[in-house]
Design a protein around this ligand. Structure first.
Ligand code: 5CA
Length: 159
């Protein structure tokens, strides 16, 4: 039988279950804190790692979640058109408060509040991808097609 998950990873496993997904959260001995580390830990390409990046709108200070392929760097200007205001960086405290998770473990779902969400179109080139699951050691494997149903959001080019 699988080991008991840590509370933050269990939160993600519960969020998946409550949406009807049978995907399994796994906790690995190696670090999955960054996309490169996560790719090494699970044995996939860095592009197959799902980065769940939190930004903050400059004027209204609202969190925005960008779900990005591990190899892509987000062009923050892309989102101004959609949001009607510029996007800025979020600090670690803001990320923890608004998502309920620490940087390096922020998952695509199960957050403390509903976040405005964008999904990187480049993720859809892969058969399977891996996302963080609440801690810097926890991940789950999914199909890119699962993402829109799991988290909603708009599929866009983020670079
Ligand atoms: N677990 C892996 C992938 S499964 C993961 O969470 N990767 S990540 O890319 O989504 O999360 C790390 C990201 O957190 C970095 O790309 C960076 O954008 C952000 N980050 C790292 N340090 C800080 C910091 N001090 N303040 C704000 N954001 C940070």
């Amino acid at each position: 039988m699988a080991e008991k998950l840590s509370p933050s990873a269990q939160k993600v496993q519960d969020a998946l279950a409550s949406l009807g997904f049978t995907l399994e959260v796994v906790e690995l001995p190696g670090s999955t804190r960054t996309a490169v580390e996560a790719a090494q830990a699970v044995g996939c390409e860095v592009g197959q790692i799902v980065k769940s990046l939190v930004f903050k709108t400059r004027r209204s200070s609202q969190p925005v979640l960008v779900i990005a392929s591990g190899t892509n760097r987000v062009n923050e200007h892309v989102f101004e058109t959609f949001l009607g205001e510029p996007l800025g960086k979020a600090d670690a405290d803001f990320v923890r408060q608004r998502t309920g998770f620490v940087i390096g473990g922020v998952p695509p779902l199960g957050h403390a509040e509903q976040l405005t969400t964008f999904i990187d179109q480049d993720l859809f080139q892969y058969d399977e991808i891996w996302a963080a699951a609440g801690t810097p050691h926890a991940v789950f494997r999914l199909h890119p097609q699962d993402l829109p149903r799991m988290i909603g959001g708009k599929v866009v080019r983020i670079t």
